[in-house]
Every structure is written in structure tokens, then in C-alpha cells.
Write a protein that binds this ligand. Structure first.
Ligand SMILES: [Zn+2]
Ligand SMILES: [Zn+2]
Length: 307
């Protein structure tokens, strides 16, 4: 085995282990998600295991180009070609259909309907997957109607396939998440809205500085993570004193909903003290769904409805 193959295997093992550990940690705190997590861990594992098979050749973006593009307020995808291969999407699609087809009855029936539509030539998944972009929700809605299955289910299946491809684009274009020239709340890679905020307290420097909390945003479409200024509304940009509010329950001190009194948009916030591995955004979003339900009860709006 070549050196690079064995080291990439090592990385896969490491990532699978980190995923398993984090899932265990979450289930200890939120056991109600057990069934869901058990199923989706198979999906997430497949995404990690398939990483070396995916074909993605993003256009080269050097440091100067990155700085120039982001400095003009443009996400990199508006200027550069992500170079995602259609056949690669189709291969993972075929694999993910198998995984979903082994799920519950609703998933099995949905996969059957998708396959019938594909065989009849009514639905072309490769082109459709290639066209997926943040904000192009109509692509999923139209296909869902055409095939006759639930839109959110089809979105989940599509994301399972596209996310690992886009993660490779993001890793290539945005190797470090500490981008000082990007202070916006849309994703610097793909331009999509963030799905989750992370509050991370890093240890102070060697000169005995106090630990400084950093606020990151996570993109559910491409998996990018980037730094944003604190106390600013991600939707209306309000920095007015008293606009930023939050809800949390004493049982889950690490989780909260941050919302803006002015525009009523909210974002889920996870405090990651004590979590060492980089977050798997899919797992975190899945296991914080009760916060979305809570936000809905309080008439708050998710960020996707903005823009
Ligand atoms: Zn993104
Ligand atoms: Zn606002």
C-alpha cells in the first residue's frame, strides 16, 4: 500500500471514530434521537468512507484570488468552477439509494418511486444533482412533485450525496476558516445561509491572556465553517443593544436558540467547550431538531426564508 493511501485510510478511521464518539456523547444527553441517529450514522459513515472515490477538481484559487474575491463580498462559487463530476454524484446517489432503501417503510417506498421515475426517463438524477445550489429549493420541490414523494425526504437524500462533494470543494477553496476579510453571514464558499452557529472558547495564549470566545457559522450545503462577529443579527445585521435574545433550557446548557427581536430570525447555537473534534454539521443539525420546533412555537423564522 502506498504511503498516501495508508495515511488517507488513517484519516478515514480517525473521522469514523470521531463521528461515533460524538454520536455517543449526543445520545447520552438526548436519548430521544436514538432511532434517527442509528439510521443516519450509516449515511454519515458512507460519506466518510466514500471520500477517496469522489471525483472533484475545483478550479484553482490562490491566496490572492481568494482575498480579492471575498474582499469584494463575493462567495467563491460566484467566480470559480467547483469541478464536481456528474458520474461521481450518480455513483454516490446509487449507493445512498441503497442505504435509504434499507430504512423504514416510508424511505423504502420513496426509493421505489424514485427508481421507477428514473427507469421511465422522467427523472435524470445526475443533471439534477449537479444543479443543486443553496437557495435553489425549487429544484427539489419540482422533482418531489414529479416523482410524487415528500420534498423534505428528497432534499435529505440529495444532500447526503452532494454534501461530501461540496465539502471537498470547500476544503480546497477555504483551507482555513479564520478569514478576516469575510465578516458576512452567508457562506464564503457557496453563498448559502448558515445552519448552525458554534461558540468556541479557545485557550488563551502563552502570555496568560484570557480565553477568547469565537463565533463560527456552519454551512449545511458545503460544510464550510467561518468566523463571524458576535452580537450581530445574521439576517438583518442589527447590532442594536437589546435586539439579540436567546432561549435555552437548563437541561441543555450547551444548546440555545439565538434570535433577533427586530426581525425574528433565529439560529441554533452550540457551545463546543469540551468537544475536540471538528463538528459533523449533519449530525448536529439532526440532533438539534427540537430547537427548531421550539423556535417555531415562538413564531421565529429560520434563516433560509431570508434573502
Ligand atoms: Zn457553503
Ligand atoms: Zn435581525
Amino acid at each position: 500500500m502506498s504511503g498516501s493511501a495508508s495515511s488517507s485510510n488513517g484519516q478515514v478511521e480517525k473521522d469514523l471514530k470521531a463521528l461515533q464518539q460524538r454520536a455517543g456523547q449526543i445520545l447520552k444527553a438526548r436519548p430521544a434521537y436514538k432511532e434517527m441517529v442509528d439510521f443516519y450514522l450509516t449515511v454519515f459513515r458512507r460519506q466518510i468512507e466514500w471520500r477517496h472515490r469522489l471525483v472533484v477538481h475545483p478550479q484553482t484559487v490562490d491566496d490572492d484570488q481568494r482575498r480579492e474575491c471575498l474582499g469584494h463580498g463575493q462567495p467563491l462559487l460566484e467566480r470559480y468552477d467547483p469541478g464536481i463530476d456528474a458520474q461521481s454524484l450518480l455513483d454516490l446517489w446509487t449507493e445512498m439509494k441503497k442505504v435509504f432503501g434499507r430504512g423504514n417503510q416510508v424511505l423504502r417506498q420513496a426509493v421505489d418511486k424514485i427508481e421507477s421515475a428514473e427507469q421511465a426517463g422522467d427523472f435524470l438524477p445526475a443533471t439534477w444533482l449537479l444543479e443543486q445550489r443553496p437557495g435553489r429549493y425549487e429544484l427539489v420541490a419540482e422533482a418531489g412533485r414529479q416523482i410524487g414523494i415528500d420534498e423534505s425526504l428528497l432534499a435529505t437524500l440529495a444532500r447526503a450525496v452532494t454534501l461530501p462533494h461540496w465539502q471537498m470543494v470547500a476544503q480546497n477553496w477555504l483551507p482555513n476558516d479564520g478569514l478576516e476579510e469575510w465578516k458576512r453571514f452567508r457562506c464564503p464558499t457557496c453563498g448559502g445561509p448558515p445552519g448552525l452557529a458554534e461558540l468556541c472558547t479557545e485557550p488563551g495564549g502563552s502570555e496568560g491572556l484570557a480565553p477568547s470566545p469565537r463565533r463560527f457559522m456552519h454551512c449545511p450545503f458545503c460544510g464550510s465553517r467561518w468566523v463571524v462577529p458576535g452580537l450581530k443579527c445574521p439576517a438583518c445585521q442589527s447590532t442594536r443593544e437589546g435586539d439579540a435574545k436567546y432561549y435555552y433550557t437548563p437541561e441543555e446548557p450547551e444548546l440555545r436558540i439565538e434570535f433577533c427581536k427586530s426581525c425574528h430570525h433565529y439560529i441554533k447555537v452550540l457551545s463546543t467547550e469540551g468537544i475536540r473534534a471538528r463538528l459533523h454539521v449533519g449530525l448536529e443539525l439532526l440532533t438539534t431538531a427540537h430547537l427548531d420546533a421550539m423556535a417555531q412555537e415562538k413564531n421565529l423564522k429560520p434563516l433560509e426564508t431570508y434573502s
